[in-house]
Ligand binder design. Structure first.
Ligand code: IMO
Ligand code: MG
Length: 424
């Protein structure tokens, strides 16, 4: 932690790296945890006291009593999903009053944004993005098009009229999708109720709030959603999400100057997964891939979809480390590799006989990975508490990644629970 700077936790792959668990583990050191982008497309799983909890919009500091949680301006909010989440958190006996602050500048996901997401995906057929259907793309489209509705607008006397004007415009667009049936009435009712209920929370100028907190030396942690390879500018476009998922997104998504960024904790899994469409150079279609999926429980926390699985990709990981200015690496789910005789890692790509060492503009479509093989450790990592207790083969794997990325792996996770975390 550096004085007056915000630390950042973010994903280096295609999301689902385990950001929720790590924020939860790190949050006792911080007074404020803030989300800076994305929305309910995220599914951040936390496991504690033997049970799991999935967060979508609420920052993962909510289960630590002394932590304040801020939803920043860069986030898009679906009030229905947010309210449901809050009710579930309260059902666990957690008090959220005064502990959840929402930026007035955050954009709202409307019921028609969800319909537009669905209509666009179904019209694209095979070329679909494979979005989470939460309305993320259409909401950020309206934000960039300067036609969005923001949280602060909820308190305006003509909020309802503003809402209806957007809805009418969206319905006109939706009518152009052949055969798409728009059915938002039920959701709209819930949405309008949720808008009213949201008023119990404080809507803040989060940029001012967080800058002042940092000035006063309050430790703040930014929690990323999705992952670097899903970044709108640098991910595997167009198969990406609609926000800047990288450390640069912290500046715009919370209103902080670049000099305010302190530690950047980059999280990656010891292998790779992806949900939805798009290039995935090291994807496996064999038994190894199935083993990763089953043992790693690689099914979407938000959508339940089976995740695509594959080996670790150093070309992509090096790119992500560079683009984020990662200061510390965090490796997750190492224990899922426990049973493999041989573990492969892509160290380069090959296309038309040429070697490619830098992450390509198209995200590696039509390339062959060049693998380096590592002998498996063939023993359970679960329960190990110290780096020195790790088997030699596993240490070799870790040290290889450190050498290639020129970055230290500070935390190694060997199981889903809070306590299965080895800090070096
Ligand atoms: P967390 O925070 C994994 C993927 C979707 C789709 C693409 C675009 O849990 O890591 P969107 O709904 O954002 O328009 O979908 O991005 N995607 C995620 N994949 N984890 C996530 O979040 C994701 N959020 C979006 O599957 O391919
Ligand atoms: Mg997820």
């Amino acid at each position: 932690m550096k004085a007056n700077q915000i630390d950042v936790v973010l994903g280096l792959q295609w999301g689902d790296e385990g950001k929720g668990k790590i924020v939860d583990v790190l949050s006792p050191d911080y007074k404020i945890v803030a989300r800076f982008q994305g929305g309910p497309n995220a599914g951040h799983s936390l496991v504690f006291d033997g049970t799991a909890f999935v967060l979508h919009t609420v920052p993962s500091g909510i289960f630590r009593d002394d932590t304040l949680n801020v939803i920043g301006n860069g986030v898009v909010i679906d009030p229905v999903i947010l309210l449901e989440e809050i009710e579930k958190i309260e059902a666990r006996g957690v008090n959220v009053d005064g502990r959840l602050l929402i930026s007035k500048r955050a954009n709202l996901i409307l019921p028609t944004h969800r319909a537009l997401d669905a209509a666009s995906e179904s019209a694209m057929g095979k070329a679909k993005i494979g979005s989470t259907l939460k309305g993320i793309g259409p909401t950020y489209t309206d934000k960039a098009g300067r036609t969005g509705l923001r949280v602060g607008d909820i308190l305006l006397p003509d909020f309802k009229d503003r809402y209806l004007a957007r809805k009418e415009r969206h319905l006109r667009i939706l009518s152009q999708y052949d055969g798409f049936k728009v059915d938002i009435d039920e959701y709209e009712k819930l949405w309008l109720e949720a808008i009213e209920k949201l008023k119990r929370f404080e809507f803040i100028d989060s940029e001012i709030y967080i800058n002042h907190a940092l000035d006063e030396g309050v430790p703040v942690l930014a929690e990323g959603a999705q992952g670097t390879l899903l970044d709108i500018d640098f991910g595997t476009y167009p198969y990406v999400t609609s926000s800047n998922t990288m450390s640069a997104g912290v500046c715009t998504g919370l209103g902080l100057a670049p000099s305010r960024i302190g530690h950047v904790y980059g999280i990656f899994k010891a292998y790779c997964t992806r949900v939805g469409s798009g290039p995935f150079p090291t994807e496996l279609f064999d038994e190894d891939g199935e083993q990763l999926r089953q043992k790693g429980h690689e099914f979407g926390a938000t959508t339940g979809r089976p995740r695509r699985t594959g080996w670790l990709d150093m070309v992509a990981l090096k790119y992500s480390v560079m683009m984020n200015g990662v200061t510390d690496l965090i490796m997750m789910k190492s224990d899922i590799l426990d049973d493999f005789d041989t573990i492969k890692v892509a160290v380069a790509y090959k296309k038309d006989g040429k070697l490619i060492k830098d992450f390509p503009y198209d995200g590696g479509a039509d390339i062959e990975p060049v693998y380096r093989e590592f002998p498996g450790w063939k023993t359970s990592l679960r329960g190990l508490q110290r780096y020195n207790d790790f088997p030699r083969e596993f240490k070799d794997y870790i040290e290889f990644i450190e050498e290639v990325t020129d970055c230290r792996i500070k935390i190694v996770s060997v199981g889903p629970d809070r306590v299965s975390t080895v800090v070096r």
